[in-house]
Design a protein around this ligand. Structure first.
Ligand code: ZN
Length: 590
């Protein structure tokens, strides 16, 4: 067993996938949830514990635990291996062939960020950081919060981090690629972050991959973020997700706030399920990440006009990703951090729980933007602010219900609103149920395939029977049976992934469907016996015989029309043999 197989055998795919996707147990050894690779409302995503395999009936994403980590983290195969090994405390063999150039660079970038994080934290204690410490005091950040969120300080000199990274042995080329240091136009290099409060940004697994820097003085911009690197893609990363995801699952909603300080203030007060987009407007990719943990959010942006505009935009994107959206507008013009400091976490929690659905917030917003003293103004507000959002509700009945409720809330004529919506086609596509790849397959085929999968002795017998039988070629599952035959004849290890590796895309889907999603037949194949196998084979044999007889009947009729009696007689004889015989004792072959 090589390292890869060893590692694979010692990790649980359900636990790994479960870190990223909320899974529920669907049947023994099988777990299901919403697919992390496409947007859907009903869970088409399946994970098999014993087969070490995942499959989505919607988008057909499939693979083993390495493939999953690669896809979801956007990393190379080697990194996926590293990540899994690390998480399970299994030392990676230090062989050159276990890495590649891209992995090497990314590992270096990762280490440089760790180093920079420590450097910034140390700097926060330096005399130069007095203004930064003063800012933290003013914002009421405790020592514990500073430590927990590893807040640091970048000094104004513009070269201490550069020196540190060079001392640590990184090449200038690598250092430049980290985006921690920039190349000066006239030559030379300088630290990208200077005289700023530093907030480390982590990826979903908790690795430090970027920084957000807040200026202490009057330097613009107020917030400066790391540029995109091999490690960091702004539009996919959420601040604090690695801490918040467990709490988000438990409470089944995520709070989205605007900034670092909000996240920190709210978290330290004891509300853990809070994240923020970093240096970007909330986008589809970030929502997809949130959605894996819960499809419900409360948007709680700053109460100013920019915050309201951002909220309005976010609602649209959230609805596009089919999220359940509520909006919290805190009273007294407070941002979340200020609110928990003034009123405590309990009150904040209560506000979160009472937060109204987005359309009420939109209706209030429409009121402030359009003249709600006149029927025309209210109608205009409805059309401009609410209608685009309500149009995104995929379900027609719900769309009408919401429109109705809002009409009465806003005081516009409900009948004319209903009329507008009736005329409009749903903008939103509706989830089509995934086609069932099993529809073409007979019960006996299905039972047989599942039954012999885990029974080596029966598999041997069944495959030997099937291999020379002409029925094999007419089965929709012939690809699977052929792969099984090839595997067992080649003396290869028997296993799901070995089998999978031999299949084309369609057969792969078929195999996954058979193994993962077929609840009904689970009972049929429990304790699969030789008698059952024989019965299934006999049924397949019968089906084949019937088809052959039908074929012969047509040929016989043709021969009679052609007055070719010799041929007709021969065909009749074949037909009789088929009718009488059973496969194996007639020698029938055609
Ligand atoms: Zn999918």
């Amino acid at each position: 067993m090589d390292f890869k197989d060893q590692l694979k055998a010692s990790v649980s795919i359900v636990r790994i996938v479960g870190d990223y996707v909320k899974l529920r147990r669907a049947s023994p050894g099988r777990y299901a949830g919403l697919c992390p690779f496409h947007t859907e409302k009903t869970g088409s995503f399946s994970v098999s514990e014993d087969k070490g395999f995942y499959y989505c009936f919607g988008c057909k994403a499939s693979g083993d635990v390495f493939k999953f980590v690669q896809e979801i983290e956007g990393v190379t195969f080697f990194e996926a291996m590293q990540l899994l090994a690390e998480r399970h405390g299994i030392p990676m063999p230090k062989r050159r062939d276990l890495t590649d150039a891209s992995t090497e660079l990314r590992t270096a970038l990762q280490q440089m960020h760790d180093l920079a994080g420590q450097h910034f934290q140390q700097q926060l204690a330096s005399p130069a950081a007095e203004a930064a410490r003063e800012y933290l005091r003013k914002r009421g950040l405790t020592k514990r919060a500073v430590e927990e969120f590893a807040i640091g300080y970048s000094d104004p000199s513009g070269n201490t981090l550069l020196k540190k990274l060079q001392q640590a042995g990184y090449s200038l080329d690598q250092i430049e690629k980290s985006s921690l240091v920039r190349k000066r136009e006239g030559g030379g290099h300088y630290d990208y972050f200077r005289h700023r409060l530093m907030f480390p940004i982590h990826n979903e697994t908790g690795k430090l991959i970027a920084f957000g820097g807040r200026s202490i003085g009057d330097d613009e911009p107020k917030y400066l973020n790391s540029s995109e690197t091999e490690l960091y893609s702004k539009k996919k990363v959420l601040y604090n997700l690695h801490r918040a995801k467990q709490a988000a699952r438990k409470s089944d909603f995520t709070v989205i706030v605007e900034g670092y300080m909000d996240v920190i203030g709210v978290t330290m007060a004891g509300v853990g399920n809070v994240v923020a987009p970093c240096g970007t407007a909330l986008g589809n990719d970030q929502i997809k990440v949130i959605r894996r943990h819960s499809d419900k959010v409360v948007v709680n942006f700053d109460p100013d006009n920019a915050g309201a505009t951002a909220t309005e935009k976010s609602i649209q994107v959230l609805l596009d990703e089919e999220m359940h959206v509520r909006v919290l507008a805190l009273e007294g013009g407070l941002d979340p951090d200020e609110f928990v400091k003034a009123n405590g976490a309990e009150m904040y929690q209560k506000r979160l729980e009472e937060a109204p659905r987005y359309f009420f917030w939109l209706a209030d917003r429409a009121r402030t933007r359009f003249d709600d003293g006149t029927a025309e103004g209210r109608m205009e507000g409805f059309r401009e602010v609410l209608e685009p959002a309500i149009n995104r509700i995929p379900d027609r009945l719900e769309r009408l219900a919401v429109a109705n409720e809002i009409a009465s809330y806003l005081g516009v004529d409900a009948a004319s609103i209903r009329e507008r919506f009736r005329k409009q086609e749903a903008v939103k596509r509706v989830d089509k149920p995934a086609p069932n790849p099993l529809a073409m397959i007979s019960d006996s085929e299905r039972t047989l395939l599942k039954g012999i999968f885990d029974d080596a002795a029966l598999r041997q017998v069944v495959l030997e029977w099937l291999k020379p039988h002409p029925v094999l070629e007419s089965l929709p599952t012939r690809g699977l049976f052929r792969a099984m035959i090839a595997l067992s004849e080649g003396g290869a290890t028997w296993g799901f992934s070995e089998m999978e590796a031999r299949l084309g895309e369609n057969d792969r889907a078929l195999l996954a469907a058979l193994i993962l999603a077929d609840k009904a037949s689970e009972r049929e194949t429990e304790g699969f016996t030789a008698e059952q196998a024989t019965a299934c084979l006999a049924a397949l044999d019968q089906v084949w015989r019937k088809q052959e007889i039908l074929r012969l009947d047509t040929q016989i009729k043709q021969a009679e029309r052609d007055r070719d009696l010799t041929l007709a007689m021969q065909l009749m004889q074949q037909r009789k043999t088929l009718e009488r015989g059973r496969w194996g004792n007639t020698g029938a072959s055609s």
